[in-house]
Design a protein around this ligand. Structure first.
Ligand SMILES: [Zn+2]
Ligand SMILES: [Zn+2]
Ligand SMILES: [Zn+2]
Ligand SMILES: [Zn+2]
Length: 497
């Protein structure tokens, strides 16, 4: 009886609990709570110290003065704004909602885009990576799970591993996406492909305009005068560590989303033009004594029309906007890697500073101090991708690919989501609308003139004073986030209904 009790005694007041009691009893708790609610319950808020003043430019009178020195905590909390759900649930939720509205506006209208945009030809396209060797796969046919890779059981590769796998993998099986034989797998090709995924995408946007013109029987220039092609895309990591791109492609008149394209630029033209564009693209890797890789898109190509409402072969506008927004908040963690940089912040992974002096921070390894690639909490496959990034990153011919700073992304350094200028509104505009709304509320509270009034000026200076929470604060912040997200869900339902 004694021993378990002793354990209990120690566990009764862990550090976070003592801290939590302090947080709740601090005199500034109410104010702290409202600041955290103001960030939406951000998991890692930025602490700012400083002051701001609203000044009447005619009279010089200070209408309102705010100093963080007057706050109980001495600083102001600002949301971290991180896009990834694995880093900050609250900020990623804001990002997801913004992305949803942005994508939806480009499909259904709104936020400055007319509703007639719904009638423009649009397709939802998934571009994939090619194979760099067989990986464990969950295969289903007619609702039944099949063997992963049925081969003769006696057949082995040159490394002594069976070339097949007879397992019927469960959806959560950790082997999924991992190579059948890691030594047979072309890691160099996989990393080089990933490092060029952005270039492949760029080439695709050019090539599809060319094939659209060819299908329409026009010169590239004549086509461009009558049709504008808009794109919105998002990258999604597969379990095998390579990205897919999900993209919306839309045909507009020369003015963009506010103008319909000519009648001949229809759905059929769009879906006919995509496959030849995908097949024609090859990006060749930089010259190296390791060899040259002709980098292409994978054979799997999915093209679906986007319809007003979902039907058998198409997707609804709402579903597409939902997919893109969800992918936009995912990072590379789905492929079993880490969500932070591995390279030394002082030398960017090069191990050397200017004038070729060895970097003192990392002692020339290029790794973030304290990190070892062997002990990273990642899957074996992710580790080999990272290691390949690290090794290739040391070669001058691949310097431009910046493989070491992007090794945690397994070589991908492109944008997670991007869109062409005319697609719809921007995330920046959506943020601006929110900021103006908040500023207006603050002004109303203080009886100040509206923001559009040019007779007032906001002056301020701020400095960074830290980030994050103490263990007790983090527990309360999570409670607050929960409340805020419930309130948001209710508000969103009202907006929809
Ligand atoms: Zn945040
Ligand atoms: Zn398998
Ligand atoms: Zn092998
Ligand atoms: Zn360094």
């Amino acid at each position: 009886m004694n021993q378990p009790n002793e354990h209990h005694e120690q566990a009764r007041h862990p550090e976070w609990m003592t801290d939590l009691v302090q947080v709740l009893n601090a005199p500034g708790y109410e104010r702290w709570r409202s600041m955290v609610a103001g960030t939406g319950g951000c998991a890692n808020p930025i602490h700012l110290a400083g002051e701001s003043a609203i000044v009447n430019t005619d009279t010089g009178e200070i209408l309102h003065h705010y100093r963080t020195a007057d706050e109980p905590s001495g600083h102001l909390l600002v949301a971290c704004g991180n896009r990834r759900a694995s880093v900050c649930t609250s900020c990623s939720e804001v990002y997801r909602a913004d992305t949803f509205h942005l994508i939806r506006a480009g499909l259904s209208g709104g936020k400055g885009i007319p509703e007639t945009v719904s009638a423009h030809p649009r397709a939802f396209v998934t571009l994939t990576a090619p194979s760099f060797g067989p990986v464990h796969t969950r295969r289903e046919k007619n609702g039944a799970v099949r063997a992963c890779r049925p081969r003769n059981r006696d057949k082995i590769c040159e490394h002594g591993h069976p070339v097949g796998c007879h397992a019927r993998h469960e959806p959560k099986d950790e082997r999924l996406g991992q190579p059948i034989c890691g030594d047979c797998y072309d890691y160099v090709g996989a990393v080089l492909w990933q490092a060029h995924a952005g270039a492949l995408w760029h080439r695709f946007t050019l090539e599809v305009r060319r094939t659209l013109a060819a299908e329409a029987g026009l010169s590239r220039m004549a086509f461009g005068k009558q049709v504008r092609v808009s794109f919105a895309k998002v990258a999604e990591y597969q379990r095998r560590g390579l990205v897919h791109f999900h993209a919306i492609i839309r045909l507009d008149g020369p003015e963009g989303g506010s103008q319909p394209p000519p009648d001949w630029a229809d759905h059929r033209l769009l879906t006919r033009a995509i496959p030849p564009a995908v097949q024609r693209i090859t990006v060749t890797s930089p010259l190296s004594d390791l060899g040259r890789w002709d980098l292409v898109w994978g054979d799997q190509l999915d093209i679906r029309p986007i319809l007003l409402d979902s039907s058998a072969d198409g997707l609804s506008e709402r579903a597409v906007a939902g997919y893109i927004a969800k992918y936009a908040t995912k990072g590379a963690e789905a492929s079993g890697t880490v969500d932070h940089r591995l390279s030394c912040p002082a030398c960017g992974g090069r191990g050397r500073l200017r004038l070729m002096a060895s970097c003192e921070r990392c002692h020339g390894t290029g790794l973030k101090p304290g990190l070892h690639l062997d002990s990273l909490p990642v899957t074996e496959h992710a580790r080999r991708m990272i290691r390949t990034c690290w090794e290739l990153g040391a070669r001058p011919e691949f310097a431009a690919l910046r493989l070491r700073p992007w090794s945690h992304m397994l070589g991908f350094r492109g944008h997670f989501s991007s869109k062409s200028r005319r697609y719809s509104t921007t995330l920046g505009d959506l943020r601006q609308v929110r900021a103006v709304h908040r500023a207006t509320q603050t002004r109303e509270r203080h009886g100040l003139p509206a923001l559009a009034d040019e007779t007032t000026l906001v002056l301020g200076h701020w400095r960074f004073a830290g980030m994050g929470y103490t263990p007790g604060e983090a527990i309360m912040a999570e409670h607050i986030r929960h409340r805020v997200s419930q309130a948001r869900a209710i508000a969103a339902k009202r907006e929809d209904g």
